[in-house]
Design a binder for this molecule. Structure first.
Ligand code: S3P
Length: 433
């Protein structure tokens, strides 16, 4: 499907976003293994998080919807009738594999063409160390056959140094650790999003965190909870960038997740010269939540500075880089991204797909294996841009199109529904042409 996006004169309005994708996955999985009833308000509407619910239902959890909330009766998982389908979702396959590795039955899990190309060695390694047996296509790609507890022998806890910054891998090991004999320790090279640690505490696990070391005590007794997923800050990012790109904008986004392991985005935008106010901050289920107000006038719109994303900041902004690249192209000094090899193994090789989209719009970019540089003070030219089936690429270029010199076509626009089915409708609501 193609969407036509026309240049915008202003971005104005007040919006609320669906629940955070990362948090929704974790709540969906933990609610399914925690005995009792959990209620999750504002659960993500994205297809990825529906894949998680479908897998948990296939594993025996009773899942219903009441008044816009997802209600899950959790407990002992059952052997699924057929293979589990993670769709496009790396979070589903990687995190759920930790749970599956600890079950008494064998399960099969795979997904779409993009997921089938994503590396799974990073979870197979530590899960094997914990005592699981996993087969993969060519030893490292989905689909996976997870044999779990062979002859009833439980997994055992490990002390694991993560070789790459990955919240999915960290979460996979911690979720397996819930079922393991002995404590599980995960050491991170840089801090990544800590929603699993927070959610585990909420559901009743004992977990201690010291700097970049997470220590999960064995024998956790989880129980169902009432939860609210905060609005997704990574989805909010597209509208923040839209408001900063287009002159005369004023936008309020209500109820957005502001977890400190995610909110480096706001500090980075402010360091680029953005005017963003954070209001009404409070805590729900251990997660910070608040309202964002962003403004760009004809003057401030021209004063976005540019910047460098590297080291720990790259890990903190990994999902926001496509949108930030768009902002970088119109900034004063451009955007440099380093230490971002992980971008090459996302839903697409995002360095390549950002580069391809920019070339279609007549925007210069230089790439290398670990990152790229987009010079500043460039203009977007009307073009047809191929999302390559990647939700964040589709949304980033839809935002770029708002600042183009004519209407643009976004091919494969339906991929936005992987994380944010309401994206184009919400954009229509706030764009003034
Ligand atoms: C996620 C972690 C990140 C991120 C993904 C969601 C999570 O992936 O890119 O969109 O929910 O834990 P990695 O763990 O591969 O870095």
């Amino acid at each position: 499907m193609r969407e036509i996006v026309s240049p915008a004169r202003a971005i104005q309005g007040i919006i609320t976003l669906p629940g955070d994708k990362s948090i929704s996955h974790r709540y969906g999985m933990l609610a399914a293994i925690a005995p009792g009833r959990s209620t999750i308000a504002n659960y993500s509407t994205g297809a990825d998080c529906q894949s998680t619910l479908a897998c948990m239902a296939a594993l025996g959890a009773k899942i219903e919807r009441h008044n816009g909330s997802v209600v899950i009766e959790g407990g002992q998982l059952q052997e699924p009738a057929g293979p589990l389908d993670a769709g496009n979702s790396g979070s589903t396959i990687r995190m759920l594999s930790g749970i599956l590795a600890a079950q008494e039955f064998t399960s099969r899990i795979g997904g779409d063409e993009s997921l089938s190309r994503r590396p799974m060695g990073r979870i197979i390694g530590p899960l094997t160390e914990m005592g699981a047996r996993i087969e993969a296509r060519d030893g490292k790609f989905p689909p996976l056959v997870i044999h779990g507890r062979e002859h009833g022998r439980p997994l055992h806890g490990i002390d694991y140094q993560l070789p790459m910054p990955s919240a999915q891998v960290k979460s996979c090991i911690l979720l397996a650790g819930l079922f393991a004999q002995g404590d599980t320790i995960v050491r991170e090279p840089v801090r990544t999003r800590d929603h699993t640690e927070i959610a585990l505490k909420e559901f009743g696990a004992e977990i201690e965190i010291e700097k970049r070391t997470i220590h999960l005590r064995a024998g956790a007794q989880l129980s169902g909870r009432e939860l609210v997923a905060p609005g997704d800050l990574s989805s909010a990012c597209f509208f923040l960038v839209a408001a900063l790109l287009v002159k005369e904008s004023s936008l309020v986004i209500h109820g957005v997740g502001l977890n400190p392991t995610r909110s480096a985005l706001l500090d980075f935008l402010v360091s680029m010269g953005a005017q963003i106010k954070v209001l009404e901050v409070h805590q729900v289920g251990g997660e910070l939540i608040g309202d964002l107000r962003v403004q760009a006038s004809a003057v401030t719109g021209g004063l976005i500075e540019g910047g460098v994303i590297e080291g720990t900041l790259t890990a903190a902004l990994i999902d926001e880089i496509p949108a930030l690249a768009v902002l970088g192209a119109v900034s004063q000094h451009g955007l440099t991204v380093r230490d971002a090899g992980e971008l090459r193994v996302k839903e697409t090789d995002r360095i390549a797909t950002i580069e391809a989209g920019f070339r279609q719009m007549g925007v210069k970019i230089e790439s290398n294996p670990e990152g790229f540089h987009v010079p500043g003070r460039q203009s977007f030219h009307a073009a047809e841009i191929d999302s390559a089936g990647d939700h964040r690429i589709a949304m980033a270029f839809a935002v770029a199109a708002l600042a183009a010199d004519g209407p643009c076509a976004i091919e494969g626009a339906e991929s936005a529904s992987v994380s944010f089915p309401e994206f184009f409708a919400t954009l229509l609501q706030i764009v003034q042409t």
